[in-house]
Write a protein that binds this ligand. Structure first.
Ligand code: FNR
Length: 362
């Protein structure tokens, strides 16, 4: 359908389902086991309602914010998700160009189907990109990667800690890979990591992609190591409970992304919105020490506004960006950011908030 017919992120997903190969849709959409956590991530937002205030001036309404000091036109960023080329031949750079146009930040996956260099080359000079790190079990290989992306100009490292082994994604495993270079991109060809679609057919796509990652990361060892090899801000991606949020604050990192990997890792992990709420109740000092973000199941501007009210600096979206670039390339990416912006501004105005500073637990 023409892009003008796409009114919501759900509409975009419907188009993506039609244009994607069976394999691609299975890989993008699948989650662990019975996909309960994936569903609950979204459902958690239906349990929170607004206290709308009226008679407040909102003709000027500005939803912009900063994330780790970088401007963002709405409190939304792209959460790094692998293999964009499965959905569109231009892959991740569709997202890069859409983010440049709409001035939001893209976090690039360690398992992108394009190299960190190719993606940075497609970026505007003033554009901010973050890098999502899957830490290789060999510290020297991991250090090389971190130094490479820092030199290329990436502005933060999001260290993913919730995927030391792959979740059991049956819809992905059931759908076999076909040997098509165009589809899987260079990620399987990294010289130190011989991974083939044959591995993916046995272990699932994620199982093959993260086969060489470090399963023995700790607060004591891994954070000082990362600090010693890079000056970039560090965000821990995949915090799933209050206790670990407190440990992250004690470790002195710059941010935490409350996330269960879109329900793709531990089935019955808590929805991030619930964890955010629990941090406010049980350890509110965490919000003074670092920036807190959430991702998983965000579909609407009201979802974004709820998370910001409860203390999130910004929220990430994974699948919606993969779907948008698969369906319409750059224009699809621009479209879903526009939809989110319109929905966020409408919600803010109707609740009497003229800027993100007016959004509070109160
Ligand atoms: C992901 N995610 C992910 N996370 C990460 O740290 N590194 C990665 O390479 C990937 N790859 C990936 C592929 C696909 C197809 C999906 C759907 C997800 C997780 C991602 O960053 C994010 O946490 C979730 O996608 C958020 O949930 P929603 O927005 O997809 O519901």
């Amino acid at each position: 359908p023409p892009l003008s017919r796409i009114l919501s992120l759900a509409d975009m997903q419907n188009v993506a389902k039609q244009v994607l190969s069976h394999k691609a849709f299975a890989y993008y959409s699948s989650a662990s086991d019975d996909e309960i956590t994936n569903q609950e991530n979204a459902r958690a937002f239906t349990r929170f309602f607004f206290k709308a205030r009226v008679m407040r001036p909102v003709s000027q309404c500005d939803p912009s914010t900063t994330i780790l000091g970088s401007f963002s036109s709405i409190p939304v960023f792209v959460s790094g998700a692998a293999l964009a080329k499965l959905g569109h031949p231009d892959g991740e750079v569709n997202i890069t160009r859409g983010c440049a146009q709409e001035r939001i930040i893209q976090m690039v996956s360690s398992n992108a189907s394009l190299s960190p260099n190719a993606i940075m080359e497609a970026a505007d000079q003033s554009q901010t990109l973050f890098f999502q790190l899957y830490k290789h079990r060999n510290d020297e290989i991991a250090e090389k990667r971190v130094k490479e992306v820092e030199k290329l100009g990436y502005k933060a490292i999001f260290l993913t800690v919730d995927a030391i082994v792959a979740g059991n994604r049956e819809r992905d495993i059931r759908s076999p890979w076909v040997l098509d270079e165009q589809e899987y991109g260079p990620v399987y060809h990294q010289p130190d990591e011989p991974k083939t679609p044959a591995d993916a057919n046995i272990f699932g796509t994620a199982g093959a992609l993260i086969a060489n990652d470090d399963r023995d990361m700790t607060w004591e060892k891994t954070i000082p190591w990362l600090r010693s090899v890079s000056k970039l801000p560090i965000v821990i991606k995949g915090i799933q409970c209050v206790e670990d949020a407190v440990l992250a604050a004690q470790a002195g990192v710059d941010g935490i992304l409350l996330s269960n990997h879109g329900g793709r890792q531990l089935e019955y992990s808590l929805p991030p919105l619930e964890v955010l709420y629990a941090i406010r109740a049980e350890a509110p000092d965490v919000f003074n020490k670092l920036e807190v973000y959430i991702d998983g199941g965000i579909q609407r501007g009201t979802d974004v506004v709820k998370a910001v009210c409860l203390g999130a600096r910004a929220v990430g979206l994974g699948r919606p960006f993969l779907y948008a670039q698969s369906a319409y390339g750059v224009e699809g990416v621009v479209k879903i950011i526009e939809i989110l912006r319109r929905e966020i501004i409408t919600a803010m105005r109707l609740m009497g908030a003229a800027s993100v500073h007016d959004l509070s637990p109160n």
